[in-house]
Design a binder for this molecule. Sequence first.
Ligand code: G16
Length: 559
Amino acid sequence: MNDEQQSLLLNSSSRFSPPQGVKLSYGTAGFRADASLLPSTVYRVGILAALRSLKTGSIIGLMITASHNKVSDNGVKIADPNGGMLSQHWEPFADALANAPSPQHLLVLINEFVAKEGILMDGVSHAEVLLGRDTRPSGDALLEAARQGVTSIVGAVATDMGVLTTPQLHWMVRARNKGVQASEQDYFEQLSSSFRCLEDLIPAEKSKLDGVNNKVVVDGSNGVGGVKLKVLRSLLNALVVEVRNSSEDGGVLNDGVGADYVQKEKVVPHGFDSKDAGIRCASLDGDADRLVYFIVPPESSGRIDLVDGDKILSLFAIFIREQLSFLNENEGIKNSHQARLGVVQTAYANGASTNYLKQLGLEVNFTPTGVKYLHEKAAEFDIGIYFEANGHGTVLFSESFVGWLEARTKEISSGSKGSEGEKAALRLLAVSKLINQAVGDALSGLLLVEVILQHMGWSIHRWNELYHDLPSRQLKVKVADRNAVITANAETVVVSPPGLQEAINAETGKYHQGRCFVRPSGTEDVVRVYAEASTQEAADTLSNSVAKLVDQFLGLGSS
Ligand code: G16
């Protein structure tokens, strides 16, 4: 690092002092904390993003969001060149940077890391970081901190992409690095045109079935997703999308609204009531990377029937499996490609969903929570579908399979209705364009759900009846140090503190179809407890008992 670079870093970092007595770590989805604690962290992540861009010779993304967290929180995360999460190999560097006590320490860390990674800081190499933020009030100032971090590396440029959903920024990074146009308009065009292509391929007899209507009512969590969905819907013809709790309505972000609230509490969000009984409703989270559906029952007393990420995964799996079988059976498609289809879940997946997927003959894989783990596993298949129960997920297509689909669909003469196999190839290619290949995306997920329901001729009730969820309950426990909980086997077993897993096993063994696990949250300062059992009462009791155990082993000493 030359003198000019050193003094630039020392000068700019002296404007961003790290908060005293706070240790931050790059968790499930980047750094998250109360927004007032974050300027120095975001500035330093700006530096990291510029270095990552130099290292990879590609465009990097930096998103300011705290997704489902309360409005006073904020966060920052990195999108790697392929649009996915930051390589896990760089996370320890992110932690070290965020916690360096002074500009001098920061400089030493950067020098060491740059040498170790062989990053060329010659002042000539070019780096570019795309910046995005959601609608949080603290976003503007934090984006400026990120910009200053990026530009404190000589040769690095920060491009402000404005207010975006998290998946939009990931999509843009991926597209730009593939040399494709990547404005927000391009994103909307790609989603809406592939959606229309799938609509055109709906079997005529299916789309007219009773019980399928063309309207969906969407809870935007008072975040960025509702606003963007309003733009997207203007490009759709047949589908009617009513948006409630958009950030323009004056409601508070994620407060009694949104996918996280609906999925965890299983109650009607603000803005919905018994007048919505029976209609197809959906919820996005604060930055629109999660999607769940729900039904308000006629006599609801505030409860909903949740149609969660597991059911979205099941719907996608049925549709894709059907298209693959058309491809493989159809003689019109020569040299059929035996595509390998796999699905990925976490321990939060309802046991009934896993059984259902296995009964369909699918290969079900498990990873720890966090889209970075699921995405990596799903990328091993020709088509990998991953979803967390909380509604975060997507469908990944391998480049070789997309190449095969492109070659096959080129052979189909334009305007021809084609054989079932040809239509299946066209549908799968359209799905690969509609569904975000970089990360889980509630907007593209919503369009895919909607068009598959039309294709099947299914109402939300028919979809919800695919299988019946085992009753479950999720709780959070405040503890002195959540990182004292160490888990293994995709978070199903606690290895530390000693004795806790044995105590959980003893408790779980008392319940028919009982299953329970605990894990430290990566986004909030809590330990999460998940319990499942044959009745709701049993799931509630089991989760409460295990929450007490967590408190006894790790708690603040309150019980
Ligand atoms: C983030 C991750 C998700 C993960 C969730 C879990 O969600 O992107 O993959 O499921 O955190 O949070 P926790 O570790 O607190 O249970 P989001 O939507 O908040 O970015």
